[in-house]
Design a protein around this ligand. Structure first.
Ligand code: F6R
Length: 261
């Protein structure tokens, strides 16, 4: 089932998710983390880095798998997800660099990169906790509307909207790559626990379609409804189009202590 948690703000959600990750790492020092990039999870990564330092937690065995990467953007480019995962996750948290994986966006090997990445994830034993953001069009990873709900890691053409949204990180939209390699919806659904976060009114429609619309390829995140253990954190602004909001709030506020996140 999908649990919906309506939070006051991003900081509150990031604290809950960071605490969940700390607890999961203490329980399993070889935890396999699924890593989203984008702005949504940055505070979680910062809080996790600070807890790891303060509590002296050993993260040398923790593994990480990024969701996606731009095609044909050099690894050293400041917006390549190789670079971003290294600077926002690996370095601050102190992960072992060899344990952190990002799909290869190298155009010359792109035809086999998806299958190789799937093999790596499988060999790790699978993702334990997958952190997800959501696009304004309902994409997760770079699975744009229309992506097969059974898809595996492969190349996707980015929509104009996604390129426009991501242009804020580049000097102009012309610099935003047109293609990405991304874990498929089928790949993401194999993670044991999905944790999606959405903040701000621009995400409200996508959140409502994800949680209360039909399961359909037009809103790729709606595939979460098929997952046995998904948790969605939304702030008030992202929750404005939810019809069942009172029920979600009541359920969370009255959650029995034996029911874990
Ligand atoms: C990136 C990814 C994307 C983002 C989404 C939201 O790895 O998975 O699906 O999560 O585009 O981006 P932000 O967080 O910047 O709003």
């Amino acid at each position: 089932m999908t649990e919906v948690v309506v939070v006051k703000n991003k900081a509150q959600a990031s604290r809950i998710v960071s605490d969940l990750l700390v607890k999961s790492i203490l329980k399993n020092p070889k935890l396999v983390l699924g890593l989203a990039t984008g702005s949504t999870p940055l505070e979680v990564y910062k809080m996790l880095a600070s807890s790891v330092k303060k509590q002296g937690i050993d993260v040398s065995g923790v593994r990480g798998f990024a969701l996606d990467e731009y095609v044909a953007l050099p690894k050293g480019h400041h917006e390549s997800y190789h670079f971003v995962i290294n600077s926002t996750v690996v370095q601050p948290i102190g992960l072992t660099p060899e344990n952190a994986h990002v799909p290869s966006g190298d155009a010359s090997t792109i035809q086999r990169a998806g299958a190789e990445y799937e093999e790596l994830i499988k060999a790790s034993g699978g993702v334990d906790v997958q952190i997800l953001g959501i696009g304004t069009d309902g994409h997760i990873g770079f699975n744009e509307p229309g992506s097969s709900l059974a898809s595996r890691t492969r190349i996707k053409t980015l929509t104009e909207q996604t390129r426009l949204n991501n242009a804020q990180f580049f000097s102009s939209i012309d610099e935003v790559p047109s293609h990405a390699i991304t874990q498929g919806i089928g790949t993401i659904l194999e993670a044991r626990h999905l944790v999606l976060m959405a903040f701000g009114s621009a995400k409200a429609k996508a959140v409502a379609n994800t949680l209360e619309g039909p399961v359909c390829a037009f809103c790729p995140a709606s595939a979460l409804q098929l997952h046995p253990h998904a948790t969605v954190f939304v702030d008030q602004d992202a929750a404005t189009e939810l019809q069942n909001i009172d029920y979600y709030k009541w359920s969370y506020e009255n959650k029995p202590s034996w029911q874990e996140l």
